[in-house]
Design a protein around this ligand. Structure first.
Ligand code: TRP
Length: 350
């Protein structure tokens, strides 16, 4: 796969993974393995940008880092053919962040909506790391000169910032870049988003207008990737619905967020589209549809849960995967960092 384009994406090891993470990101990661050389990173440096009470401290960080890794593998990511690693093992991420800190503008970062949301009202008290989060994300991608980045809608703005940073670096250091043999003056590529389809936006099982979230106080709002078959069945059965039968056409889902969500989950897990699912279940009662949905969820998700359980019980194996992945990631990162240092003008050992 010598000239194949490169994909980079990251998942934060904070809290438990749920169906939204799976259908919104991981399923897509699995597919992209056929077309690209992929790096999938457990972004532990990003995880610590919020207060220690949010990420849970050192023992939680290690646990959730292994859990995300286990989910990647259990879902079908091949850590031998591709690269699976945790961010903090490759020091290039933080080093490139510093250089990019001097390229990115305060004004750019001040416009980031995710920072405003996460910092909330007490912005003065947010960590500098939280403010700088998008620059670290740009460094993640550009350290490998990745060309394609699968992200959800909520990360689009950050990806645009990565493009701006790449472009400004190429401009600021244009002469030096050309002097180092890049005749077009293009050292960092402009990474393209690979936005996942609309059906993969999974909503809360208790409120179809809210995203499924690890921070929802009700565990019944989400299906965790580690839930066993009984728990999955119970949560699907209790999922909020409305009194009408299912519509026969997609248009009938428009003002029925809960119905729309359950049909969307069914479609995504079965690899069909919503119209097709409604052709089968339209006009029928929810109870019948839910029986099929329970069966589908259990068939698709409980093998992942049991494989995750097996992997989490073998931290030695999981850590070895991450170390091996980090070694291979570092080999790519070191090339970028050597050139970057030369382009900027830093003296180094030859
Ligand atoms: N910020 C991303 C999220 O929360 C995670 C992430 C970190 C990422 N670095 C990345 C995603 C690089 C894509 C590429 O979802």
């Amino acid at each position: 796969m010598a000239n194949v384009e490169r994909v980079f994406s990251g998942v934060q090891p904070t809290g438990n993974l749920h169906l939204g993470n799976y259908l919104g990101a991981i399923v897509n990661f699995v597919k992209l393995q056929e077309t690209y050389n992929c790096l999938y990173c457990v972004v532990d440096l990003h995880a610590i940008t919020q207060g220690v009470d949010v990420w849970g401290g050192p023992s939680q960080l290690a646990r959730t880092t292994r859990e995300v890794t286990a989910a990647f593998i259990a879902a079908g990511i091949d850590p031998k053919k591709h690269i699976v690693f945790n961010q903090s093992q490759v020091s290039g991420h933080t080093e490139l962040t510093w250089i990019f800190n001097c390229v990115a503008r305060v004004g750019w970062l001040s416009r980031m909506t995710q920072f405003k949301e996460k910092a909330g009202k007490d912005r003065e008290n947010a960590s500098v790391g939280l403010y700088d989060y998008p620059v670290l994300m740009a460094a993640d991608i550009l350290l490998y000169r990745a060309t394609h980045v699968p992200v959800g809608e909520d990360q689009k703005q950050h990806l645009e910032l990565s493009r701006d940073i790449a472009q400004k670096f190429n401009n600021d250091f244009g002469d030096s870049i050309r002097g180092h043999g890049f005749n077009e003056g293009l050292f960092f590529p402009q990474p393209e988003p690979l936005i996942t389809g609309p059906a993969t936006r999974v909503m809360s099982l208790r409120d179809g207008t809210k995203k499924m979230s690890k921070s929802d106080p009700s565990d019944y709002s989400r299906i965790n990737l580690t839930d066993d078959a009984d728990t999955i069945a119970q949560k699907v059965r209790k999922a909020k619905t409305d009194p009408e039968p299912l519509p026969s056409e997609e248009k009938g889902l428009e003002i029925r967020p809960e119905a729309d969500n359950l049909v969307g989950i069914f479609a995504a897990l079965s690899g069909r589209n919503k119209a097709d699912v409604l052709r089968e279940f339209g006009g029928g009662q929810f109870s019948n549809f839910k029986n099929s949905l329970v069966e589908l969820c259990v068939t698709k998700l409980s093998p992942i849960a049991s494989e995750m359980k097996r992997l989490v019980a073998d931290p030695g194996y999981v850590d070895a995967v991450l170390v091996d992945g980090a070694d291979r990631a570092r080999a790519i990162a070191d090339e970028t960092m050597k050139l970057t240092r030369d382009i900027v003008g830093f003296i180094r050992k030859r």
